[in-house]
Design a protein around this ligand. Structure first.
Ligand code: ZN
Length: 237
């Protein structure tokens, strides 16, 4: 059983009726109810408004993969939550930042760059699978479309990813590295661009399938932390 924690800022759904109409129980529960369907994953939820922003060491120690959605309140995530999550990722927990989590404090700390990009509301996106043999692309067609999505465009200020699994093309002309992987320490990271809150992106079958594939790919083989200690050993010979 893979333990998944889905963290959501959970502000738009409470403040904007048009977003609540798409995600009445929040983006986190829309993704989580899909992942919970077949018993492969044990899903927990955390939100910004919870004590300690919903992030504790005990919870992370019991988590294999953390999915993160945030947008307008990145700066309200505490230093301690950022530190705990980054340390746990280095120890082997998988991490899947979605959409505007490109600007989350955690993803920026892991990348060490601004993670800036171009953006524009309301565009059609065609997502191309450019690494069809990758486990995250299993069962995904060569390309599929989102009728409405927020345009995210290059240049995307991230370190060179280990792999590019998906490329996005937008009707406005821009392109974007929409699905990219990194490793930090023992942890696997998959950044996935689609998911603007005003459009029903997390009801799209291909998007949900990609997130499920990514959870399987990012899950560590053992749950125990593999953080590498700093040691000063005596010589072997
Ligand atoms: Zn957005």
């Amino acid at each position: 059983m893979i333990n998944v924690l889905i963290w959501n800022e959970f502000i738009h759904e409470k403040n904007q009726p048009e977003v609540a109409a798409i995600y009445p129980e929040g983006i986190h529960r829309a993704i989580g109810s899909y992942l919970s369907e077949d018993g492969e994953f044990s899903v927990k939820y955390a939100t910004l408004d919870m004590e300690h922003n919903g992030i504790t060491k005990e919870l992370l120690d019991d988590t294999d993969v953390l999915i993160w959605w945030g947008h307008q309140a990145h700066e309200m995530v505490s230093d301690e939550a950022v530190r705990l999550v980054c340390e746990r990722i280095n120890g082997g927990m998988g991490f899947i930042p979605l959409h505007s989590a490109h600007h989350s404090r955690i993803f920026k700390a892991l990348c060490g760059t601004s993670c800036n990009l171009k953006w524009r509301h309301g565009d059609r996106e065609r997502i191309w699978c450019v690494s069809p043999s990758h486990p995250i692309a299993e069962g995904i067609p060569e390309h599929f479309e989102l009728p409405r999505e927020e345009m995210y465009g290059e240049p995307f200020d991230i370190p060179n990813p280990d792999e590019i699994v998906f490329m996005g093309w937008f009707a406005g002309g821009e392109v974007f590295r929409s699905g990219v992987t990194f490793r930090r320490g023992a942890g696997r990271i998959f950044y996935f661009q689609p998911g603007h809150e005003e459009y029903p992106v997390y009801h799209d079958e291909n998007i949900l399938k990609i997130i499920k594939n990514a959870v399987r790919w990012a899950a560590p083989s053992v749950r125990e932390s593999r953080n590498i200690p700093c040691t000063n050993p005596a010589p072997l010979e």
